[in-house]
Design a protein around this ligand. Structure first.
Ligand code: FNR
Length: 391
């Protein structure tokens, strides 16, 4: 591929090639508590580890008699065209990682033709992130606040700003038990970081008693910060999400509605019946429930339950181009990566994220061709053996 040719011509890569190296360098550049917030997970982090290990148990079937040298990795999901079936997962407070933050990630994604999902808990207001990369499509992740006016306001702001889908975070109505955050005494939201969307929202300003129109918590007096944080903690999410809620959401927006955090086939089926436009099989990167089953292990049964009704997306543990291929073979239309893009942003800002995506693109496209496929759409479980052992 031309990417490899360029790296060789340059005498080696300026940025990491492997995820281990991105993580190692991110650990070196970030303050310990920020690194732990990003890398950490729930409990003993067994689920974090299991998410990645699950991929090493599947083997890809290598093929030589099909002419797939010009494999094309592009796809379209819910009307959004993507040059690669890899999206940037929503992740709160990217500014902890690098000053380029969400705007830099959005610019990198637009250049690479991949789609970022902006977190509700973004450092910068959603309008700023949309303006930073007007040439690229973006989706918006919505954390359903326990205040209907605020909920409606956030969804409508996202639609007005041009986001192409609403991704409802289904799996954070309860705080996960995260030992690394507790040990460090650090969670960004406790200090009103990552509240760019809320601080800039009229309804939130009303609830928190904020004067003016602050875009970040930077300039707020300490007692205002404490008040903002406690207001946000109080209204952060609706305590329960019910499939019927989709009707209400539908009355606020014409955008496709995607439910993120679905691992149970029965729940996936209910969501199809309730009118969801897509779901994301995800266990939040193992950050919510320890001893939770690896997300990849849930994908075959969820894909089967959903059938052809709606697209199934996937995240939690995707680290390489071949991981992307495995998830697609098990029924995903596209995947999202979380920690990988945050580590790349930490190390190289916008350029780092672009480099990461080019690595994934090159590895994925080669793997697509080497398994005998010219397009993502022909991947199926027949491309996998389940008994693979990497030992
Ligand atoms: C997340 N994730 C997340 N998800 C979401 O819907 N809204 C959010 O604000 C966040 N915030 C967040 C912060 C950080 C630091 C991480 C690492 C993750 C979860 C994210 O979207 C995704 O589900 C997982 O990160 C996927 O797992 P991997 O790729 O990190 O293994």
């Amino acid at each position: 591929g031309s990417f490899q040719t360029r790296i060789f011509a340059e005498g080696g890569s300026q940025y990491p090639i492997t995820m281990e190296e991105w993580e190692r360098q991110a650990r070196n550049v970030l303050p310990r508590r920020y690194f732990d917030y990003i890398a950490g997970g729930a409990g003993r982090e067994l689920t974090c580890a299991a998410n990645e290990t699950a991929f090493t148990r599947r083997g890809l079937v290598y093929r030589v008699l099909r002419d797939a040298a010009d494999a094309d990795p592009s796809c379209t999901v819910l009307g959004t065209a993507m040059s690669l079936p890899v999206m940037l997962a929503p992740a709160g407070v990217a500014e902890l990682t690098h000053a380029d933050a969400e705007c830099g990630a959005a610019r990198a994604a637009a250049k690479a033709g991949v789609v970022p999902v902006l977190s509700a808990m973004t450092s910068a207001p959603l309008e700023d992130v949309a303006e930073a990369a007007p040439e690229g499509d973006q989706w918006f992740q919505f954390a359903w606040p326990d205040d209907e006016k605020l909920a409606r306001s956030l969804v409508q702001r996202a639609e007005t700003a041009g986001y192409r889908a609403i991704v409802v975070m289904g799996d954070c109505y309860q705080a996960g038990w995260r030992p690394r955050e507790l040990a460090a005494g650090f969670s960004p939201f406790r200090s009103a970081q990552g509240l760019g969307n809320y601080l800039s929202d009229r309804r939130f300003q009303e609830l928190a008693g904020i004067d003016g129109n602050p875009r970040t918590s930077d300039g707020l007096a300490p007692d205002a910060v404490a008040n903002v944080a406690s207001t946000w903690n109080r209204v952060f999410t609706k305590p329960t999400f019910h499939p019927d809620d989709l009707e209400l959401l539908r009355s606020w927006t014409n955008l496709p509605l995607v439910i993120k955090g679905v691992c149970d086939p029965a729940e996936a089926s209910w969501l199809c019946e309730a009118g969801a436009d897509a779901i994301v099989v995800s266990n939040h990167g193992g950050r919510q429930l320890d001893n939770g089953v690896a997300a990849l292990e849930c994908l075959p049964a969820v894909s089967e339950a959903v059938g052809e009704r709606i697209p199934v997306l996937f995240d939690s543990g995707v680290r390489t181009g071949t991981d992307v291929l495995i998830a697609l073979a098990l029924g995903a239309s596209a995947v999202m990566i979380g920690r990988p893009w945050l580590f790349a942003l930490a190390v190289g800002g916008q350029d780092g994220v672009e480099h990461l995506v080019e690595c994934l693109r090159t590895e994925f496209t080669a793997a697509l061709a080497l398994t005998g496929h010219r397009h993502c759409s022909s991947l199926s479980p027949a491309d996998l053996v389940a008994s693979f052992s990497s030992d």
